[in-house]
Design a protein around this ligand. Sequence first.
Ligand code: CO
Length: 175
Amino acid sequence: MKKVLEIRYYGDPILRKRTRPVRKITQEIKDLVSQMIDTMEFHEGAGLAANQVGEDLSIFVVSEKVVGKEKGPLVVINPEIINIKGQIIMEEGCLSIPGIYAEVERAEFVDLKYVNLKGEDKVLKANGLLARVILHEYDHLKGFLFIDRVDRDTRRILIARYRKNIELEKGRIKV
Ligand code: CO
């Protein structure tokens, strides 16, 4: 049964909190992961972090559109970035700050250590879009958002645009 969870938006304090590590992969954790995948797919996101659906846990998922159908969706528990290399600029958006996008500079190559849903230790070497999504979601788990990764003037413009969008939405009649 699919279950779409409620997305937490910019301004919600849980998005600014460093998440707690998962101690044991219980049925509850498995259910949460499955609901996170449903939620990500419903919103057509490339990835989703647990605190974006209100859960203070170090878990993120990455869409099979990014990792490929045979490998995906990717479930990452208790991640740790063990190496980064290079720099690249790519456009990013976020399900928690809908409607705004920005060019963000991040590492091009990432080595990620994590635990999978079976409880196995894994190391993943990523580049391209996958590296980008990993870095974005990893940031979420530490309480950072993509707008923290742009210069101050750009950030101010993005936040103003986001707030204006919300005001415009409020004034609209939806039936
Ligand atoms: Co995001």
